[in-house]
Design a protein around this ligand. Structure first.
Ligand SMILES: Cc1cc2nc3c(=O)[nH]c(=O)nc-3n(C[C@H](O)[C@H](O)[C@H](O)COP(=O)(O)OP(=O)(O)OC[C@H]3O[C@@H](n4cnc5c(N)ncnc54)[C@H](O)[C@@H]3O)c2cc1C
Length: 387
């Protein structure tokens, strides 16, 4: 399908696709096996100006938005989402600053993120606070011209590798949802430490670590927006970043479809290519429908967000949920088309199936996304504004 991309958007897609094909695909298996952090590839993405595609020109970016970010993520995801998520998580860490930061904070942090000189990360989740982000325990206590942070964030993508952390911590427990605040924490802050790299089912080259604060003193000027705005910052950040998770899902699913189509043409049983059997053809057709519908939904949600409309939570949740569920099904079907070979590590589809699962879980599980979608539907219906 033609999505009528602009010349710049087409260029971003092509550059990301070239890096994915030439630099990521040859090492994807090795990165998956060794769990090595893909620094070499991050350097190549930085040299190609891809880290700033969604950032304004005045902060060193290419002046694009969520759609440009999604195009780059999708192409990288076609090769390896361990790499794509590492790239995307830097954007996730940057969004709180882009959306709610002061001019000084933007000037200080966004250009080094746009150039790829420094990676960013976003830290909300804790051992006891996943879907229920409102129950985070990490605290930030004001002490003169600093805040003192204490607590442990869990499963933070780019944890230990990023130089810049945007963090949600409780500043006033009495105030409930209005008692959390967002901070920028530099990696070299005394009192900031990291746990071991997690051993994961998929996206194995990406770094997932605890981020630990023990009396970490953060300058008060690193508070994002105002005290009490933490969850608003987090919600808006996820609304802008979730289409990126959906784009990862589209990338994986497209690759699974390509691999399965090729395999179906070359694998012969009963004296014929398995692609001649209608049971296999229907599976391929359903996979193609799922991939294209996901892509269309992701691009249109991204365009809607980039248009500046205010209420984007439902569209963002819908594209993430649909694309990640579709991706899971498509990768399961791809393994089915490969039969027993699909179960073997020598073939590409088993990694795709393992990688697909995370897109249904992170940046808000699909059950939580369905809660968000339903809440919006009911609110719109009550107001008489539903479609
Ligand atoms: C590899 C990886 C990378 C991650 N990267 C980051 C990161 O960079 N930054 C960050 O802050 N976090 C990160 N996370 C955390 C991620 O966002 C959470 O795992 C996710 O939000 C779900 O939380 P949980 O795992 O604690 O599951 P839980 O909240 O314990 O949920 C368990 C199950 O219960 C369901 N459930 C929970 N509540 C409800 C409800 N109200 N209604 C229906 N079902 C419900 C969930 O959908 C899920 O199926 C990462 C996680 C992983 C695994």
């Amino acid at each position: 399908m033609d999505y009528f991309l602009t010349e710049e958007q087409q260029m971003i897609k092509e550059i990301a696709a070239k890096i994915a094909t030439e630099k990521v695909r040859p090492v994807r298996g090795e990165l998956d096996e060794s769990e090595e952090f893909p620094w070499e590839i991050m350097k190549i993405l930085a040299q190609s100006d891809l880290f700033g595609v969604y950032l304004p020109e005045k902060y060193g970016g290419l002046n694009g938005g969520v759609l440009e970010n999604c195009l780059a993520i999708e192409e990288l995801g076609r090769a390896c989402i361990g790499v794509a998520t590492t790239y995307a998580a830097s954007g996730l860490g940057a969004y709180p600053i882009l959306l709610h930061g002061s001019e000084e904070q933007k000037q200080k942090y966004l250009p080094v993120i746009a150039s790829g000189e420094k990676l960013a990360a976003f830290a909300v989740t804790e051992a006891g606070a996943g879907s229920d982000a409102g129950s985070i325990q990490t605290t930030a206590r004001r002490d003169g011209d600093h805040y003192v942070l204490n607590g442990t964030k869990q499963w933070i993508t780019n944890g230990g590798e990023a130089e810049i952390y945007t963090v949600i911590a409780v500043t006033d427990r009495e105030k409930g949802a209005r008692g959390a605040s967002a901070f920028i924490v530099d990696k070299n802050t005394p009192g900031l430490a990291f746990g071991k790299k997690e051993n994961k089912l998929g996206i194995r080259s990406s770094a997932t670590r605890e981020v630990i604060f023990e009396d970490a003193r953060v300058p008060a000027e690193n508070l994002i927006a105002r005290e009490g705005m933490g969850f608003i910052v987090a919600l808006k950040t996820f609304d802008h970043a979730r289409p990126g998770v959906a784009a990862q899902a589209v990338g994986i699913a497209q690759r699974a479809l390509d691999e399965a189509t090729h395999y179906a043409r070359v694998r012969k049983q009963f004296g014929h290519p398995i692609s001649s059997f209608q049971g296999v053809q229907f599976m391929l057709a359903d996979m193609a429908i799922a991939v294209e519908a996901s892509r269309a939904l992701v691009y249109s949600a991204a365009r809607m967000i980039d248009s500046g409309v205010k209420d984007i939570a439902k569209a963002s949740a819908i594209c993430k949920t649909f694309a990640s569920d579709a991706c899971m099904q498509v990768t399961v079907d791809a393994v089915q088309i490969f039969g027993g070979y699909g179960y073997m590590k020598e073939y590409p589809v088993e990694k795709l199936l393992r990688d697909a699962k995370i897109t249904q879980i992170y940046e808000g599980s699909n059950e939580i996304q369905r809660n968000v979608i339903a809440a919006h539907l009911l609110k719109e219906s009550a107001k008489g504004t539903g479609e």
